[in-house]
Design a protein. Structure first.
Length: 53
């Protein structure tokens, strides 16, 4: 968990220093979609997730 928090801080510092705030929603969306794929793998909810897209 410590490594994840450090990675998050490093990404935020990169966005802040480079003034790339527009990348934040893109990164958040990719992370949410990845988590959705991982957590619904083999789940009963999976057919309903596919119908959204």
């Amino acid at each position: 968990m410590k490594d994840f928090l450090e990675l998050t801080k490093d990404i935020w510092d990169f966005l802040k220093v480079r003034k790339k705030y527009w990348l934040a929603p893109l990164i958040i969306t990719i992370v949410i979609m990845g988590a959705l794929i991982v957590f619904t793998q083999g789940s009963v909810v999976a057919p309903f997730i596919y119908s959204i897209f």
